[in-house]
Design a protein. Sequence first.
Length: 199
Amino acid sequence: MERLSGSAMLATPTPRLVLCRGPPASGKSTAFRTLATDPPAGVVFVDHVALKDAHRHLGGAARTEWGKRLLAALLSAYISNTDLAAPRVLVVEEMSLGTLAPLLPPHDRELLAAWDVVEARFHASAELCAARWRDRMLAAGKPPRSDEEMAAKRAQYGWDDADGDGGGKFGARVVRVETDDLSREAVLARLRSIVLEGG
């Protein structure tokens, strides 16, 4: 997680929440972590995966629940403490607004409605995701997921056949990030544009 001081704020009139989502090996984590190592001024990156992994010893369900609740508490602090200098943009890896919003206090949900909420949907073909994941696991000395496991993970997202942008739930704008034919630098530039300009 990277945090900047409140002295250097983006000139963003409306606070922005960017939610990076996508199937395994679609490129979201690489882009998120690369941009977070040198964050633009006024932008805070929150690694939801790291929050979950800090509780890995508790087991699957508890690990997931702690990650969600800690993320909601952090977002609530930024939303409600308007007397403090705060970042203009929050970027979160691996979280949907539909999961996050019910965990916020009602007053914070009302305040969040005034934010620019963007869901950056990373997408790559099933074949490319499977190849990337296989290479990643083999490099780490771990067995790769089976084709059936990869297909099940992709099915959780449900947008393989979605076209273009738009259509997000709970008021989030959806911006699609296709990574099939883009270089790593181009994917990073796309995410940076979403973070700084909203799309």
